[in-house]
Design a protein around this ligand. Sequence first.
Ligand SMILES: *Cc1c(COP(=O)(O)O)cnc(C)c1O
Length: 355
Amino acid sequence: MNSDALYHNAKKIATLCHENNIRLVAVTKVLCGNPEIANIYLEAGADAIGDSRIQNIIRMKENGVKGPFMLIRIPMISEIPYVVENVDVILVSEIGTLKEISKYASKMRKKQKVLYMVDVGDLREGVWYPKAVDEIIEAASISSIELYGIGTNLGCYGGVIPDEDRMNVLIEVAKAVGKKGVRVNVISGGNTAAIQLIENGTLPSAINEYRIGEAIALGTDITNGKTFSFLRQDTFVLESEVVEVKVKPSVPQGKIGKDSMGRTPHFEDKGMRLKAIVALGEQDIASDGVIPTEKGIEVLHASSDHMVLDVTECKREIKVGDTVKFNLKYSALLRAMTSTYVEKIWNESDRQKEN
Ligand SMILES: *Cc1c(COP(=O)(O)O)cnc(C)c1O
């Protein structure tokens, strides 16, 4: 983990947002709510920390992260007591859930802020937009609840690319709610996939909050298939240890069924190849989300605890006990940060700074 690179990215994104009158919620869900990284984000100018898991938020608070905190996954009824106690803003999309929140909030003599989610096309959470106005008006009338704002999420589930049209759908909902006498102060329009609207100047000015995870953590935007030139991509490197090196055929012998994950693996016949196994598996990474940092190493396939590499073309002679390093895509970073088997350490220069 590289704190300089993480700080750089958070600062750049915070500046970009603030110059456009956008509040930045820095999202830590891909980092398993790492408290040190959350503090780096806040120091760099993030206005709040967003996470999808209440356990992560509680752990961050216990480790001295000040917040404020936003719970960015609509809550389970069963976790509401913990959520109301620990979260400043809750994303919601169900009146029934909101009534439960209201019960606990009134017990705690708290006015609970909520961000009502509107589905403008990606088909994940939120009230379907033609029905949104009445539902939001009803939500705002519930006691002990303060309507903090409305929001939408695009790109994550349906892969819908955020654009001006989708944003305007959300803004129209806010206006219609306003006409019925309920002020909507915050319109939370975007995640990483929506950064390009700021860059190319097509973001409607009414959008005043973004919730951003991937761009800060990795410097990439997977929905639009791009890398941000003003951000760093050297934020995380995963090291693994080689446990076997042998020459073997490139195609398995015997009848082929499904692998341990229920997938049908495909193998290209390249004859005999030099293969290395590293002690890393689907439990720790997504094998299609790891990129070897060294030329000549190819990731072939992984089961739960073994990942097989083709190292035939690698200039270095790879031996058992050696280390192989990888850059991570979103899917692999998510698992690596969550896996208790992957040790999280700051890189050398960071460690020197601490001493
Ligand atoms: C994950 C998530 C985000 C952040 O998305 P990134 O693509 O990582 O920027 C924002 N809002 C919600 C509701 C999310 O679930």
